[in-house]
Ligand binder design. Structure first.
Ligand code: BTN
Length: 254
């Protein structure tokens, strides 16, 4: 595969001094690798792409499986010092969706969806390097449709359904620079300037949702910190870190 490493480096290096781009044919997980490097004290900003991950990780201890060539898997590691970290994954989702396609929805807290199927996931981890905080932003985007949806907890969408002919390098070229600009903006402002852009893509808005603690209610958007607002029998709840599943609701017949 041919990767636009130089074009990406030229666009991002002026924004992030010391920035490098690395493309690897295979690694266990780009997030695991950048977390290892951070723990070893390597603070320089880096974009690490793997054509294959042998132990890709998702949120909440889940795995992230992807066939070589069928997905884009990369992590961006950089020092980051926002006054408030809340809503970072939502801001990253806003950036990715905005770079890729107007029809992409966002499912709180950090999935990209299209037509009720998952298109991409985001895994954010942080490590301390001395007194600095280092963020590792891991992103997996389905590029080609999987041969079978069997065994997938959530049915998968693929970017090629929206953008015929796109490949992983092409998707990375669209995503990388806006993502860095988003992170630098988030560091200055926090989530609130991103809230309106999240809202227009919010796939949970108005839908019945079930929280992992068993509470049920109607999703009512996010607040200025990125917390999900859910109207439950006990009133309006602010949900900050619970996994939310959408309860299937057949369309109402008129
Ligand atoms: C999720 O939806 O649960 C998050 C998935 C994140 C997957 C990406 S692929 C690149 C990076 N390396 C990993 O091991 N995970 C993230």
């Amino acid at each position: 595969m041919r990767w636009p490493a130089e074009a990406i480096w030229e666009a991002i290096a002026p924004l992030l001094p010391g920035f490098t781009v690395e493309i690897l044919p295979e690694i266990d997980s780009t997030n695991t690798e950048l977390m290892r490097r951070a723990r070893a004290g390597q603070a320089e900003p880096v974009l690490l792409v793997a054509e294959t991950q042998t132990a890709g990780r998702g949120r909440l201890g889940r795995g992230w499986h992807s066939a070589p060539g069928a997905s884009l898997t990369f992590s961006l590691g950089l020092p980051l010092a926002p006054a408030d970290w809340s809503g970072l994954s939502l801001a990253v989702g806003v950036s990715l969706a905005g770079s890729l396609h107007p029809a992409i929805g966002l499912k709180w807290p950090n999935d990209l969806w299209w037509e009720q199927r998952k298109l991409a996931g985001i895994l954010i981890e942080t490590a301390a390097i001395g007194s600095q905080r280092h963020a590792v932003i891991g992103i997996g985007v389905n590029i080609a449709p999987p041969p079978t949806q069997e065994g997938l907890a959530t049915p998968a969408a693929a970017l090629q359904e929206l953008l015929p002919g796109i490949d992983a390098p092409g998707a990375l070229l669209k995503i990388a620079e806006p993502l860095v600009r988003t992170l630098l903006a988030f560091e200055q402002t926090g989530f609130s300037p991103f809230a309106a852009r999240f809202q227009v893509r919010d796939v949970l808005e108005g839908r019945e949702v079930v929280l992992s603690d068993g509470q049920q209610g109607t999703a009512r958007g996010v607040d200025e910190t990125g917390a999900l607002l859910v109207h439950t029998a006990a009133g309006l709840q602010r949900v900050t870190s619970s996994e939310v599943s959408v309860r299937p609701r057949p369309p109402l017949k008129t």
